[in-house]
Design a protein around this ligand. Structure first.
Ligand code: PEP
Ligand code: MG
Length: 615
């Protein structure tokens, strides 16, 4: 069957550039990875140039039409959201954009574009994305060939069709960030949304900064960006519509804003900020060899969280006393098959050896929620996502359902255990019985390895539990009977306690680890562990915030695991604190039930501490 050749795209200004006055514009968001970037914008709203053309068979046509319908629905939803956020843009931009968005929504209804694409799927037997691109180019060519003196108007209409086709195609391909190879070095990446797997593909030596429309402070994408050390801001409402590819911008990942098309004053401030940031870093670097010890001699263990192996040198540089949370999800990202025992072994071995004699706490796969993974999704159609992924088959629940995944990880960890010091951590536990089941599998794997003559430690490495749901925190004393240690995950704990998605920009203002409900759960779980004389740490993002450290120490925590680059600042805070002061302060905070009052107290204490550190 014959397909129409794709018309050459006309070289014209994209509609959003034509529609906007090009002046300085600041968009505020949530600061997630510190540092300042100055560079040209690279927005990811383009469909990759190498978007594949695909043919299908007749019996696949119905499924393709369905995919197209779903992509159109998603595109309408995205545009609806954009429209809701228009109010944050300057009035003149709102006036220009609102009708444009309405036109886009119409094109996503029963329009010529969608009818034509559906016809192409059925008649030409091409995949939905191929049908959309071919149809949009066909329509654009007809528009451009029309006899009309208003050439600019024709061009604009043709571009609008192409723009909507691009949105549809991006949603159909669902892999908008796979082709970042052409990002110019030094660019600031602007995206609607970035998944943790997308972020893992970013090269920090090339990308100066990242700003996204979506996202929350402690979402996994934010965590990945911090790990990569790329200055980043998320939840920048209205950014994608205002940022134009190639424009100069300044991004401040410490304060949480991006200035598009900065004038000379904004540029000057950014340059000064860059110099101050470098100076501060050099000063903090000097703390590397000093102990994390309070003024009254209490030792605090500062460990690192690791998202990807490339962080290892940074962890050594930061002076971490081991890895308190090795998230193994990186091994499952951006691949279509599952890693086997040997792949796990190859990944963990070098890390365990490099960190020895310090311990490495390896958390077994925590898949679920926003951490989408093709390899797993492939084999799990019926449960993939589920009606509510955050409450579904994620974390340890998934591993107990697919024990072969857990067995491969346990076996690899046991095989590297003699090359250093390891501990194993179970994610998203809610009942003591889940821990028992995991331990049975762990011991079975150990017996099998011994039978095979593998060298594994006589005494098995400790098996610990993440306390990251209210259920686990409140059942901490029962879970403690089954566990060898606790690691408190304040990110999920805050999310599940407050019913606020940690990665959702719409509710980011409600995400508050200092909410008294969250703090009471942290306190309850910590005390349960301390009563049993069981090791307990905090490895959520709270641990890396120097302002929150006095409170955590006051609650009895003596081990904090965080993004490596946060260690120097946290050490600086620890070295200026007195444990009795922290305990008194924590008692005061825990008497409060108003989150705003707690914020006030914490900020007050932090400001006093900052003065002390300065002096
Ligand atoms: C947490 O939930 O606090 C945690 C440390 O785990 P993750 O961020 O990987 O969900
Ligand atoms: Mg978690």
């Amino acid at each position: 069957m014959k397909t129409e050749p794709r018309a050459e795209p006309a070289r014209a200004e994209p509609p959003k550039r034509a529609a906007r006055k090009l002046k300085e514009q600041m968009v505020r968001g949530i600061a997630v990875a510190p540092g300042i970037a100055i560079g040209p914008i690279f927005d990811t709203t383009e469909v990759p140039a190498d978007a594949p053309r695909r043919r299908i068979t007749e019996d696949q046509a119905e499924a393709e039409r369905q995919r197209l319908g779903e992509a159109a629905a998603l595109s309408r939803k995205q545009l609806g959201k954009l429209k809701m956020r228009l109010s944050v843009l300057p009035e003149e931009a709102q006036e220009e954009l609102a009708p444009l968005l309405d036109a886009y929504v119409l094109m996503l209804g029963n329009s010529r574009l969608l009818r034509g694409a559906r016809r192409r799927i059925a008649e030409e037997l091409v995949a939905a994305e191929t049908a959309v691109l071919d149809e949009s180019e066909g329509i654009a060519a007809v528009i451009l060939a029309a006899k009309d003196d208003d050439k600019a108007g024709l061009l604009r209409r043709a571009q609008e069709v192409r723009e909507i086709a691009r949105r549809l195609t991006r949603n159909l391909l669902a892999t908008p960030f796979r082709s970042l190879k052409d990002v110019p070095a030094g660019a600031i990446l602007v995206a609607d949304e970035l998944t943790p797997a997308d972020a893992a593909l970013l090269d920090p030596s090339r990308i100066a900064g990242v700003a996204t429309e979506e996202g929350g402070a402690d979402g996994h994408t934010a965590i990945m960006l911090r790990a990569l050390g790329i200055p980043s801001v998320v939840a920048c409402h209205g950014l994608a519509e205002s940022a134009l590819r190639g424009d100069q911008a300044v991004l401040d990942g410490t304060q949480g804003f991006i200035v598009l098309r900065p004038g000379p004053a904004a540029l000057e401030r950014a340059k000064e900020g860059l110099a101050a940031f470098a100076k501060e870093r050099a000063k903090l670097g000097k703390l590397r060899r000093l102990p994390a010890e309070t003024t009254d001699g209490e030792q605090v263990e500062l460990q690192a969280n690791l998202e990807i192996p490339a962080e290892l040198p940074l962890i050594a540089q930061a002076g971490a006393q081991g890895i308190g949370l090795l998230r193994t999800e990186f091994l499952f990202m951006n691949r279509e098959d599952l890693p086997d025992e040997e792949a796990h072994l190859a990944a963990y071995g070098p890390i365990v050896e490099a960190m020895a004699p310090d311990e490495v706490t390896i958390r077994v796969l925590d898949w679920g929620g926003e951490k989408d993974m093709e390899a797993l999704a492939n084999g799990m159609e019926p449960t993939h996502g589920g009606p509510n992924p955050a409450l579904g088959l994620r974390g340890l629940r998934l591993l107990l359902k697919r024990p072969e995944l857990l067995e491969a990880q346990f076996a690899a960890i046991l095989r590297v255990a003699e090359r250093g010091k390891v501990r194993i951590l179970l994610p998203l536990v809610t009942t003591p019985n889940e821990v028992k089941q995991a331990r049975d599998i762990y011991e079975r794997v150990a017996r099998r390895l011994r039978r095979k003559g593998e060298k594994i430690p006589e005494k098995l490495p400790p098996l610990g539990v993440m306390i990251e749901t209210p259920g686990a925190a409140l059942a901490a004393d029962a879970i403690a009977l089954e566990a060898d240690f606790f690691a408190i995950g304040t990110n999920d704990l805050a999310m599940y306690t407050l019913a606020v998605d940690r990665g959702d920009a719409e509710v980011a203002h409600l995400y508050d680890p200092l909410h008294p409900a969250v703090l009471r759960l942290v306190q309850f779980a910590t005390e349960a562990a301390l009563r049993m004389r069981m090791p307990v740490s905090v490895c959520g993002e709270m641990a890396g915030n120097p302002r929150l450290v006095p409170l955590l120490l006051g609650l009895g925590i003596r081990c904090l695991s965080m993004n490596a680059s946060a260690i120097p600042r946290v050490k600086q805070a620890v070295r200026a604190l007195d444990i009795d002061d922290c305990a008194r302060f924590a008692r005061r905070v825990m008497e409060q039930s108003d989150p705003a009052r707690i914020q006030e107290l914490v900020m007050g204490f932090a400001n006093g501490l900052a003065e002390k550190v300065k002096g």
